[in-house]
Design a protein around this ligand. Structure first.
Ligand SMILES: Cc1cc2nc3c(=O)[nH]c(=O)nc-3n(C[C@H](O)[C@H](O)[C@H](O)COP(=O)(O)OP(=O)(O)OC[C@H]3O[C@@H](n4cnc5c(N)ncnc54)[C@H](O)[C@@H]3O)c2cc1C
Length: 366
């Protein structure tokens, strides 16, 4: 049996040696992304937070974060795709449906069952976008899911729908068009996106689609997603930190070619700032909720986002005109920084990001 450290080191070596060199291809070609997903499944790396009793390895949060950051460094598309399934693993494992846990979790590490997530609709204010009405032995789901990633790659997804009393019910539904009685689930065409298009993000429309109790994972209290977003303010920042590192890799690659001292100076400054931002993000993530204010967490997330964009931009700058080629990794990383700016965004994160961007002030000219 491999130790957690051996699993992590093996995963990072695979990402660095095999995924990194193919990242541009994976960004543009579904087949190449599918190859990487199959490799992660073949290495049993798709359920890293799964408790031991369902097959493990039960990574601690710090180890899992390190993995997520490494995937984001070597391929944004793979990071974005696999994290949906890894989230489904964690959420199902924390749920109350023991039979579902016993059935699904042992199959989720090696790809036998691949499950995406679709619950960002719960963030939207106003009337619920997706409603769950209680029926005999389950729920009828009606409405829409604006974002679900992994169409054609995952067979199912964990959906979140609002109950009349404000709670939200979560359950596993097919990620292929399906009918159950009079009810139906249908999907849009994969979205054309500026970045991370290959993971195939779609929207879903449900009309009275039946979710049986046996596929229901758990019910969350009203306001759960807002609470969860608070906990995740800094956690999601690790993707941005991985992306910042990817930008610095591009800067270093340019330095190795051009040997200009100012490129190395820029690298050293950004590298130093990234180390401080990363250390602070880890510190805040590991501190108790009462020790750090929400405003401070938001400022740190905004810093990580800003740093990802600046490091990616530095990578583009130093690689000159070549970086404008669709095949150049520096511009792929720049586009990936865009996704980390908005994914799992809340109003607070949006505000903190804009305040940081608008607060840089004017440069004094002589
Ligand atoms: C490429 C891509 C793939 C994704 N894939 C998935 C996926 O697989 N699964 C998944 O669950 N999510 C997915 N997401 C969702 C992602 O996490 C969302 O970007 C995030 O939830 C922000 O939602 P939104 O962009 O739809 O913005 P909004 O829903 O508009 O929300 C942003 C913030 O603004 C607030 N807000 C919105 N409208 C108003 C208003 N009228 N008044 C006041 N406040 C308002 C919201 O409450 C929220 O806090 C994906 C996103 C992208 C870009």
């Amino acid at each position: 049996m491999k130790s957690h450290d051996e699993i992590l080191q093996g995963a990072v070596a695979f990402l660095r040696d095999e995924v990194g060199p193919r990242a541009n291809e994976m960004d543009m070609d579904l087949g190449a992304l599918k190859w990487a997903l199959d490799e992660l499944c073949g290495r049993n790396l798709m359920a890293l937070r799964r408790p031991e009793e369902y097959g493990g390895p039960g990574f601690s949060e710090p180890m899992f974060r390190e993995f997520q950051e490494a995937v984001a460094r070597y391929s944004g598309s793979l990071a974005f795709l696999q994290t949906q399934h890894q989230s489904a693993v964690s959420m199902i494992a924390k749920g109350e449906n023991e039979a579902l846990k016993k059935e699904a979790l042992p199959k989720m590490g090696d790809g036998e069952r691949l499950i995406g997530i679709g619950f960002s609709q719960l963030r939207r204010p106003g009337p619920p976008m997706l409603r769950a009405d209680r029926t005999d032995a389950g729920y009828a789901l009606t409405g829409s899911v604006p974002w679900v990633t992994g169409f054609g790659l995952f067979g199912e997804f964990l959906i979140g729908a609002s109950l009349e009393d404000g709670r939200a019910v979560f359950g596993v539904v097919p990620f292929v068009p399906a009918r159950r009685g009079d009810g139906e689930i249908a999907f849009s065409e994969p979205m054309r996106l500026a970045a991370m298009e290959s993971p195939q993000t779609v929207s879903a429309t449900l009309t009275g689609f039946f979710l049986p109790d046996e596929d229901t994972a758990f019910i969350k209290p009203a306001g759960w997603i807002q609470n969860n977003d608070m906990i995740n303010i800094t956690l999601q920042g690790f993707f941005a930190l991985g992306c910042a590192r990817a930008g610095l890799d591009q800067l270093m690659a340019a330095y190795e070619k051009k040997k200009s001292a100012f490129i190395k100076e820029a690298f050293d400054k950004l590298d130093g700032e990234l180390a401080v931002c990363r250390a602070r993000t880890i510190e805040v993530q590991e501190s108790g909720d009462e020790d750090v204010t929400t405003d401070e967490k938001l400022r740190i997330r905004a810093w990580a986002i800003d740093l990802a964009v600046r490091c990616a931009h530095a990578g583009v700058t130093a690689n000159s005109g070549a970086a404008n080629s669709v095949r150049h990794p520096a511009q792929r990383v720049y586009r990936e920084a865009l996704v980390y700016t908005v994914s799992a965004q809340t109003t607070g994160i949006m505000q903190a990001t804009l305040e940081r961007l608008a607060g840089r002030g004017q440069v004094k000219t002589p």
